[in-house]
Design a protein around this ligand. Structure first.
Ligand code: FAD
Length: 469
């Protein structure tokens, strides 16, 4: 009887424990992807990008003599239907750790087991399972540095090889057509423009890692904070769909560190920020919706508002912030330093609830990751564990001077007033909805808030909250 291999955010053949186990069993393997409620809930850009990943992955499976069966519906119902159709007696999958997936998966596991079927989940999304890392007194970490010290010398298992062959069933169940899923339907913001910047599939991801390790890792520590410099790996896009295994990245970085490459340890530390984010989200599943520290519930955040809309549109009149938001429209990603500045500006200068920003990032980022996004927002807002103190307010103009001294990044994404604006800056005007009636020939907007006043208002709100504690 065949094994159903249920793919979710693990679209790769290398270092895939569930795939290896399925192939090693000697039974036929039926790879399946289910467009279920968790996919339905995804934002426009990540869903569109997932569609591209699925198309590529289906091709990769075909290259191995296999297929990707696509089905739509509630995951549990779909799996039951497939079991009935194929006579499968087992379902294998790679674990995912956000609240929705965990609730769904444990329900499915219980119901399959009840019926005497095999239901097996495997690691693969992370370096360490979130429950494997514990503080000395037991329980999860809340602070990054001790978490890093706890994991850095643990040793990460060697990645698994891709199987030589994926045994095919004699009869394939029917598959829906990916086009019918219209994964890009909500991506009205210039999918064709973002498409110039995507890097889809495991071959591309592994190539990216190779190039990063060869050319960029040495200077990573010094250069990673400068948004105009191409100094980072870009692998978050692939990690989020599982197109590359974090263990492969870890070992590539580790070897560089052993060889004395400057920057390698810092790169590993960043990869471990991702681990830490998942550790936090696993132990505190509300992290993507509730203030981590309850005292922040009484803070005077503003809900959605006109200034937040200007922020979303990249029209705040604050060039570094606008460049960041436009980078996201044009490329689907945003440099880490720019994410911090844009998030700080929204939550502090515009005194707007971090969840307003979190939701927009979740709609626009092709590397959207529920754990890193939530951790990033709460870190910047000051409401999170191990967060930056609220009173330390990034000044976007000062940050621009420091990290974009010659204005290259701002020029790259802001066209107004620049007759020689590069394509990337012009592309913003093609990407945004027509109804905004924007053109590069118009004047650049005046600041929606005076930086000194915005800062003072944020500090007052903070003092008021503290006084109420
Ligand atoms: P590199 O610098 O090459 O780093 C290598 C890998 O380390 C990354 O691919 C990523 O997996 C991990 N990493 C690096 N920095 C961080 C970090 N600060 N937190 C967690 N992991 C990190 N990252 C996402 O993947 N998805 C998100 O939705 C996301 N939202 C964010 C929102 C805010 C407000 C902030 C401040 C940060 C957010 N980040 C998010 C983290 C970070 O900005 C990106 O991971 C990083 O910019 C990805 O670029 P890269 O792959 O070139 O990273």
């Amino acid at each position: 009887a065949p094994i159903i291999l249920w793919f979710r955010r693990d679209l790769r053949l290398h270092d895939h424990p569930a795939l290896v186990a399925a192939c090693d069993s000697g039974r036929p393997v039926i790879p399946v992807f289910i467009h279920d409620e968790t996919v339905e809930a995804m934002g426009a850009a990540p869903k569109w990008r997932l569609g591209l990943g699925l198309a590529r992955f289906a091709k990769a499976l075909e290259g191995q003599g296999s297929r990707l069966i696509l089905r739509r519906g509630r995951a549990r119902d779909v799996l039951e239907a497939l079991i009935a159709e194929t006579g499968a007696e087992a379902v294998y999958w790679t674990r995912y750790y956000d609240r929705a997936a965990r609730a769904r998966d444990s329900e499915i596991k219980a119901s399959l087991k009840e019926r005497g079927l095999e239901a097996q989940s495997y690691p693969g999304h992370l370096l360490f399972e979130p429950w494997e890392v514990e503080t000395g007194t037991g329980g999860p970490y809340r602070v990054y540095s001790p978490y890093w010290r706890a994991v850095k010398d643990r040793g990460v298992d060697a990645p698994l090889k891709r199987p030589d062959a994926i045994p095919a069933p004699s009869d394939w169940p029917a598959s829906e057509a990916l086009e019918d899923w219209a994964m890009g339907a909500a991506m009205r913001r210039g999918a064709e423009i973002v498409a110039r910047h995507v890097h889809v599939g495991e071959e591309v991801a592994l190539g990216r890692l190779g190039a990063f390790v060869q050319h960029k890792i040495g200077a990573y520590k010094e250069e990673r904070d400068f948004p105009a410099v191409d100094a980072c790996s870009g692998l978050s896009e692939n990690l989020t769909y599982g197109e590359i295994s974090p263990r492969v990245i870890w070992h590539a970085g580790w070897r560089q560190m052993q060889d004395g490459a400057r920057g390698a340890e810092h790169f590993l530390k960043e990869l471990v920020w991702r681990e830490f984010a998942w550790h936090l989200l696993y132990h505190f599943p509300e992290m993507d919706r509730a203030n981590w520290r309850e005292e922040w519930d009484a803070f005077g955040w503003r809900g959605d508002n006109d200034q937040a809309e200007a922020w979303r549109r990249g029209l705040t009149g604050e060039p570094f912030v606008d460049a960041a938001m436009r980078e996201m429209y044009v490329t689907g990603t945003m440099h880490n330093r720019a994410r911090m500045i844009a998030a700080s500006y929204l939550t502090k200068h515009l005194l707007t609830d971090w969840r307003v920003g979190l939701a927009w990032f979740a709609d626009c980022l092709i590397d959207w990751d529920p754990a890193s996004n939530a951790m990033g927002w709460q870190w910047v807002a000051g409401s999170g564990p191990d967060a930056a103190p609220y009173f330390r307010i990034f000044n976007p103009a000062g940050q621009a001077e420091k990290f974009d001294t010659d204005g290259t990044y701002r020029k790259r994404f802001i066209a107004e007033g620049n007759r020689h604006a590069p394509d990337t800056a012009r592309a913003y005007f093609e990407a945004v909805p027509r109804s905004w009636r924007l053109a590069p020939s118009q004047a650049y907007p005046k600041p929606v808030v005076d930086l000194a006043q915005g800062r003072a208002r944020a500090l007052d709100a903070y003092e008021a909250r503290k006084a109420a504690d």
